[in-house]
Design a protein around this ligand. Structure first.
Ligand SMILES: [Zn+2]
Length: 240
């Protein structure tokens, strides 16, 4: 059967009302989305400092939500880009590619810290997704060596145990301005018409999708459309 992986990105206290709204959109359709947690969103609020947030996360994990580490702070503060990094990131993110520039040691350090912090609040992460899906291959090796089962970029999911690369288009939106919003609504429809036959599709929902009425409406119609032709599946079942 064809597969559909559904996640909510940017799960952090600062973005909480919107994350919860998206969770409810999924819940009302019988979907249990994966949650991509950022422990120190923009270096401002440690997740542990918000007991309501921690309780909310634990409750969702108890309902079967897969938990992912999604960077440490998400933005690129303190990690200057080289020209090559600029090229790789061109048009893909508004300086939210925390792992874009990191080598193995730096990536491993952030992943290890994040995994320990998630475990300390009672969560067992299944994988790692770099912010904006931007990272060097070193980051995926670091995720594997840190004991995580999966990581991904915008073209594929890397299953680490047992090793397997699964090609998978990702549907995502941008609510940052009208041009990007309508552009991303168009691309969702493009994928519907031209990539509907792909074995594994990913739907990546972001709190920022609710910032523009066009993307806010599109994530709901897309959920309904894709769920009408395939059922939600989970990362834990990939490659097994
Ligand atoms: Zn993100």
């Amino acid at each position: 059967m064809r597969e559909l992986l559904i996640t909510i990105h940017d799960v952090a206290p600062a973005l909480m009302p919107r994350v919860e709204t998206i969770w409810r959109l999924c819940e009302s359709r019988g979907v249990v989305p994966g949650l991509l947690v950022v422990p120190d969103w923009h270096g401002e609020t440690a997740m542990e400092s918000d007991p309501n947030f921690v309780d909310w996360l634990r409750a969702r994990a108890a309902e079967g939500a897969e938990v992912f580490l999604h960077g440490e702070r998400h933005d690129e503060v303190g990690s200057p880009r080289t020209f090559g990094d600029e090229l790789r990131a061109f048009g893909k993110t508004n300086n939210e590619g925390e792992f874009l520039t990191l080598d193995y040691a730096a990536a491993r350090g952030r992943i290890d810290r994040g995994v320990s912090r998630l475990r300390a609040i009672g969560l067992e992460p299944i994988g790692f997704v770099p912010p904006a899906w931007l990272a060097k291959p070193d980051t995926h090796r670091a995720a594997r060596d840190a004991g995580l089962r999966v990581s991904e970029d915008d073209g594929a999911v890397y299953v680490h145990t047992p090793a397997k690369i699964i090609s998978s288009p990702v549907i995502r939106w941008s609510g940052r301005g009208t041009v990007r919003a309508y552009g991303s609504v168009f691309f969702e429809r493009w994928r519907w018409w031209f990539q509907r036959g792909e074995q594994v599709m990913r739907l990546a929902l972001h709190p920022g999708d609710l910032a523009h009425p066009a993307t806010a409406a599109s994530i709901e119609t897309a959920l309904d459309a894709w769920l009408s032709v395939r059922a939600q599946t989970f990362y834990r079942a990939l490659g097994i």
